[in-house]
Design a protein around this ligand. Structure first.
Ligand code: ADP
Ligand code: ZN
Ligand code: ZN
Length: 824
């Protein structure tokens, strides 16, 4: 028979496809979508993914290796999912290997490790000091080469290892170990040879002398109601022995007498608690109208943007849409930003859809992620057991859906849908749209403050547009007050960080037993410290940023690399003891607010207070139960949280939002402030929002306070068109990194010159970004603005070629060049 070849995707950033021979014995087992073990390079083994099969030998390679083993019984990736992978690699200028690494949960990605073992040879050999040191480590069961290297530190060398191998004392082997292990539990059932009550009585009779075994068998029969109509076929050993004094050995004894069977069974790691099912909420009349409009748009559109103000009840509309798609037998994917995956939304969905829902996000451990992956796959074969709905963060787009009918992207403007590093640098919102077309699934993008890209698409009628302008249950949008900080400072009217307006509102909210949220987009105590005598500002040694002071830990910390050290008592430069904190982070705000409102219960929500498991939920829970009066927080407070008694929201400093040097600053500031403001005044009364700024006359502040989304966007559109930014132009950002400053300069310039040969592109830079050094790597950026009329694929392959050419110059070899398509 002709030789069969398999093309595989390796979990590496390689541009070419790799072909392996399929040995005759594996021909029926090798199928696209299954993982196989292959050798790549001199030694290393990987779990690669079969992408296709063919009978023709590729002509560009001489020696073709064989597939060593097939890992899966069923494909773990479906051929229809590969479509998305190919699209991604092409669009985001990365490799299929990059997509593979991003797509599969860690538990399904395997690569070999080199291990060293003792040969057990008895021969006498003379050993050097380093050799005996290494041998002793191996004797102590440090078998993984990388561990050996780490443990021995500078005393490790390959020549020592080689010497030991030559002396026939140790040998090395590549070993691949499976990361995912199914969880099993002990179960017990009646031996199948016992088929009637009578036979069972006979067995019991035989146990007259083994009182304990007899008692256990009785207990087993009671629990399983054996031979009754509702008998349980089996019971877990844990349940059987729970609350009894029976020893596990008794089960073994009964099994040896062929009365019971004692065995291991695979069980789920996922939380499968009984869920109290509730019926779907009735839509209010505005929601019902919006739902009808969405369905009407779907008659002609694949994608619909729903622009619904905060608390208009978009979630309820999504739930109705999902319900309908489930009834038609298809699957639904519901994407939310990572931090919006709170118990509130998870619980709501589980209550309505029960065990049909799987939750997929980065806080799950790798074993749990594998099980969700498998239950999504299972839907194709056993729709009742597999997941029909996935609620997930951005990586949810990779799950192996077999019959997707609907994708929802809530808070579609959020930048956490974008993966920054490593490649693929994709945007899950955009991937959702592509998946919609590929699977003929409908797509709903929802937001109170849509991204300008999506709104532009809606205006251009590429997407349907549905508006929802009424809040649920007659709530009103909050009243927005702009407070002039400059004036208050001048008149010495500030109460610490609060303008008189905000101070009074907080006071009266506390009096009325209402809650307050204060927003500041900086964590830590103060963004930097400064020497009062010489003006020195401590900076990170590895990054080009000032160090943030964290008072609780008394440390200066770099928010880019984590580097931190004790706050020095004296200035490093001049020795003066007068080191002053500058600016306000959430930690300092908390201190100040505690001084101002001594009886208030104050809590803080930021990256520092939500590190531990469930910390986020605890803070939310305390606010919900009204155990917190004032919550101080960063961006985190803006996401998908519903609180009924928050009457005042303060934006402590809007200046650093609107003055951020980025073409999206205004769009972001509008989004962020509107989202924070949306937390105010939920069910019972109209809330108030105070925006503190030193630029009250800034046009954007006025637009935000009037919540005039369309006018704000219109003004931005004019600027973006003029300066060639999205949505009118496409952007590609190229980042060149090197540890050496001159090299980064040279390589970036070389690349930019190369790119400028294509005269139809607008090329900016190379320039240093705002933070030009991170973890010892210098960065330089080149921005490419691409006219939408240009053929994008051609432009991209030109860029990739330029990058390849520059990288392949020998003197540039240690530089990193990353391509980011649609940077955020
Ligand atoms: P949005 O996502 O548009 O900001 P939500 O979907 O979070 O708004 O809804 C705001 C609040 O109103 C939630 O507490 C939600 O439970 C409630 N709500 C919205 N619509 C309904 C409805 N039709 N029936 C009952 N409660 C609703
Ligand atoms: Zn100094
Ligand atoms: Zn740093």
């Amino acid at each position: 028979m002709a030789q069969l070849y398999a093309q595989v995707i390796l979990p590496l950033s390689l541009h070419d496809a790799y072909t392996y021979k399929v040995p005759a014995s594996l021909e029926s087992a090798v199928v696209p979508g299954k993982r196989v073990i292959v050798q790549f390079g001199a030694r290393k083994l990987y779990a690669a993914l079969v992408s296709s099969l063919s009978l023709t030998k590729p002509d560009n390679v001489e020696e073709i290796k064989e597939i060593q083993e097939v890992l899966d019984e069923h494909p773990v990736v479906l051929t229809r999912n590969f479509q998305l992978w190919h699209w991604m690699a092409q669009y985001y200028c990365c490799t299929l290997g990059d997509v593979f690494r991003a797509a599969l949960p860690t538990g399904l990605k395997l690569e070999s490790k080199t291990k060293v073992f003792l040969t057990g040879s008895e021969e006498e050999a003379e050993l050097s000091e380093t050799e005996s040191l290494m041998l002793r480590e191996i004797e102590n069961e440090t078998n993984i080469l990388a561990d050996l290297q780490r443990k021995l530190g500078t005393s490790f060398s390959y020549s020592t290892l080689k010497a030991l191998m030559n002396k026939n004392l140790v040998y090395a082997e590549e070993k691949i170990s499976r990361k995912y292990r199914p969880k099993t539990e002990g179960f017990v059932k009646l031996n199948s040879s016992i088929t009637s009550e009578k036979e069972l009585s006979k067995k019991l009779e035989l146990l007259k002398r083994a009182k304990k075994q007899e008692a256990l068998l009785h207990h087993f029969c009671d629990l399983t109601r054996v031979f009754e109509p509702d008998a349980l076929p089996e019971i877990s050993k844990k349940e059987l022995l729970h609350g009894t004094s029976f020893a596990p050995a008794l089960v073994k004894g009964l099994a040896e007498k062929h009365i019971l069977v004692d065995y291991q069974k695979q069980v789920s790691r996922l939380d499968e608690e009984q869920i109290e099912q509730v019926s779907i909420n009735m839509l209010n009349k505005y929601q019902a109208k919006a739902l009808e409009e969405i369905k009407h748009e779907f008659e002609t559109q694949q994608v619909v943007l729903i622009h619904g103000i905060t608390a208009s009840g978009k979630t309820e509309i999504y739930i109705h849409l999902i319900d309908e798609i489930l009834k038609s037998g298809k699957q639904a994917l519901y994407l939310v930003p990572e931090i919006a995956l709170t118990t509130q939304i998870v619980q709501r969905l589980k209550n309505v859809f029960g065990h049909k829902v799987g939750i997929y996000h980065s806080k799950l451990n790798s074993q749990e992620r594998v099980e969700i992956w498998e239950k999504t796959l299972l839907f194709a074969e056993k729709p009742d057991e597999g997941y029909q709905v996935i609620l997930g963060a951005r990586s949810g787009v990779f799950l192996p859906f077999s019959d997707l009918g609907l994708i929802i992207v809530d808070e579609e403007h959020e930048n956490s849908f974008k993966q920054f590093d490593p490649a693929p640098r994709y945007n899950a919102r955009d991937m959702a749209v592509v998946m919609g077309y590929q699977n003929q699934a409908k797509v709903v993008l929802g937001s109170a403050t849509p991204s300008y890209e999506s709104y532009h698409n809606a205006l251009a009628q590429k997407y349907g547009l549905v508006n929802l302008t009424k809040r649920h249950s007659e709530m009103e949008l909050p009243e927005i007050v702009v407070a002039d900080m400059k004036r208050a400072y001048k008149r010495k009217e500030m109460h610490s960080v609060l303008t008189p307006q905000l101070f009074e509102l907080v006071e009266s909210a506390l009096e009325n037993k209402e809650q307050v949220i204060l927003f500041q987009n900086r964590r830590g105590y103060s963004p930097y410290v400064e020497c009062f005598s010489c003006g020195n500002i401590p900076k990170c040694e590895r990054c080009d940023v000032s160090l943030t002071y964290h008072k609780y830990k008394k440390r200066l910390t770099c928010h880019y690399c984590g580097f931190s050290y004790q706050l020095p008592e004296r200035c490093d430069e001049c020795g003066s003891p007068e080191i002053k904190t500058r600016g306000f982070g959430t930690e300092k705000i908390e201190d100040e607010i505690k001084q101002l409102f001594r009886n208030a219960r104050i809590d803080r929500m930021d990256l520092d207070t939500t590190q531990t498991k469930n910390a986020f939920e605890k803070i939310v829970g305390k606010l919900e139960k009204r155990k917190t009066d004032i919550l101080i927080g960063t961006q985190m407070v803006t996401k998908g949280l519903d609180f009924d008694h928050v009457s005042v929201v303060g934006i402590l400093n809007a200046d650093n939002l609107i003055n951020f040097p980025d073409f999206r600053a205004h769009e972001r500031a509008f989004q962020l402030i509107s989202q924070v403001a949306g937390r105010a005044g939920r069910k019972h009364k109209r809330g108030k929002v105070v925006i503190q700024t030193t630029q009250p006359e800034h046009p954007l502040i006025d637009l935000i306070s009037r919540q005039d989304f369309k006018q704000a966007m219109k003004l931005q559109f004019e600027e973006r068109q003029l300066f060639k930014y999205p949505p009118f132009y496409r952007l590609i950002k190229i980042v060149v990194k090197h540890k050496n400053l001159e090299t980064v300069d040279r390589v970036a310039k070389h690349l930019a010159d190369f790119l400028r040969k294509n005269r139809s592109l607008v090329i900016l830079g190379p320039e240093f970004p705002m933070i030009s050094r991170i973890q010892l790597w210098h960065h330089k950026e080149i921005w490419i603005k691409i006219d939408r009329k240009l053929p994008l694929d051609q432009v991209k392959s030109g860029i990739m070629e330029a990058v390849k050419a520059v990288k392949s110059a020998p003197s540039n070899s240690n530089s990193q060049i990353n391509i980011d398509v649609d940077p955020f």
